[in-house]
Design a protein around this ligand. Structure first.
Ligand SMILES: [Mg+2]
Length: 171
């Protein structure tokens, strides 16, 4: 059970995830979370760095889909200028949105990585739907209301895993 909470990889930010590395793994698509993964949860638009990151992926034929538990307006305003497909109210960790995104990208599970900042939604959802998961450090330490509760549970899981030696990354 606990293995579902453990990401395949852990990085500081999405900028450490490069097309070269993905291609080496045979990856052709990314399913990414939005809030605190691409920008801080209270930042409306993509930053110049994020715009560049999306362009870089596109130039390398790596498809990106944003899936977020946040509401339509938030996800739409962010995603549309990037011309990237998106799913809002995704209900992660449920698998439906992940599967729908994979289908739309016309890629198989082993050609996709799932990126996110939360263990209880992104990693758990991605793992149980059968994807390779990459956990990023949240961009800011503050969160929306629901996320705050998830974070408390998450901290317990993380400290448990650290005690068991399942985690090697630095915080
Ligand atoms: Mg998030």
């Amino acid at each position: 059970m606990l293995k579902y909470f453990l990401p395949n990889e852990h990085v500081k930010s999405v900028f450490e995830i490069t097309p070269e590395e993905l291609k080496e793994k045979g990856i052709k698509g990314i399913i990414t979370d939005l809030d605190n993964t691409l920008v801080a949860w209270d930042v409306k638009d993509a930053t110049p760095e994020i715009i560049k990151w999306f362009q870089l992926m596109e130039e390398n034929d790596i498809k990106v889909t944003i899936i977020s538990n946040n509401k339509e307006e938030r996800v739409k305003i962010f995603s549309e200028p990037l011309k990237t497909p998106f799913v809002y109210s995704a209900r992660k960790p449920l698998g439906l949105a992940f599967k729908r995104a994979a289908k739309q990208m016309e890629l198989s599970k082993d050609e996709i990585v799932v990126i996110g900042d939360q263990i209880l939604t992104d990693v758990l959802g991605g793992n149980s739907a059968g994807f390779y998961t990459i956990l990023v450090v949240p961009i800011v330490q503050t969160d929306g209301k629901i996320t705050r509760i998830n974070r408390q549970i998450e901290r317990r899981i993380l400290s448990w895993m650290r005690r068991k030696g399942m985690i090697s990354w630095e915080e």
